[in-house]
Ligand binder design. Sequence first.
Ligand code: GLN
Length: 388
Amino acid sequence: MPTFANRVLPFGTTIFSEINTLAAQHGAINLGQGRPDFDAPVNIIEEAVKALQSGQHNQYPPGIGAPEFRRGIANHASKVYGLDVDPDRGVVATAGATEAIFASILGLVDPGDEVIVIEPYFDSYVPNLLMAGATPVFVPLHPPEWTLDPDELKAAFSPRTRAVLWNSPQNPTGRVFSVEEMTVLANLCIEHDVLVISDEVYEHLVFEPARHIPIASLPGMFERTVTASSLGKSYSVTGWKVGWVYGPPELVAGVMRAHQFVTFAVHHPSQLAGAYALAQPGTYYEELQAMYTVKRDLMMEALTGAGIKAKTPEGTYFVMGDFSDIFDGDDLAFTQHLITEIGVACIPPSPFYSDEHRHLVGKMARFAFCKNDDTLRQAGERMKKLLK
Ligand code: GLN
């Protein structure tokens, strides 16, 4: 009897689970998965507790999401980005941005369609496309500045292109793309009548002077973009797994058709707390950014002290380090060495690439700095041993 379906045969265990297991086995400081080691703001947790105890929110919410949450998402998009989102027809609440992206692909992309994927990409994108029967077409960013080559991007478009999977601020490079770079992409999408599925989960993790621009806010783009985001990163609740998609009602209807038969609906009490979180004043995000700026600088110090070169991230809580000056093997060998000999875990970035372009990060590793300042300092101390 065959065990697995053919569709999942090529998929291994995600690199995040693998590294978590290895890090735990060796007692390594885990700078692998983007999982904060500090708790969420107390007032946001209190809202979740209130929702749990209200007697009103422990049964199914509407499949598209609790009305309070959908209004929160639409108001946030209007207040922060000036976007006009319809809370009743233009929003779907999802099980994190990961489901948001998968439901968007299932609801909007046909088998045989081509979808442009920028490399390095978050690891679920390609398995999502393959499960939907779509064909990924890869366009790599160019290190060390992680720039897009406009000609390579243009060459990736064909009559079969249905969508582009876009991610800014970008995991794992820490790039926040400029309006000029995004305009090149937007013009190609308009010219070829292509959709954008935009992953913006790091929208509030941006460092001065970078500024996050939703691709949906560019002229002519709202009507062809579905934007995925979540509570996880902005409010340090990655374990809640509550996210959303917003966009024009005609596209969101497709996402909803898939979502209703994937999860139907998502955790109701968290959506109430989400509505509260999304209404935080601007000072909340300023404090979040100030906190992460300190962490980013500690991370950069730790890398420099270990002889690892890196472009300072403009956003996200990740940095890609180049270890070519201090270690001979590839990214997998370096990760193994760092965990077992130095006691620090990172993520090898080659799983974020197609076979063709994997060599671009053969000497790189991703470090997550969503950790207590002391954890980052300790990691820095341990990593000094790399120079010996
Ligand atoms: N987004 C997180 C990261 O890149 C991981 C999420 C996951 O494990 N699926 O580290």
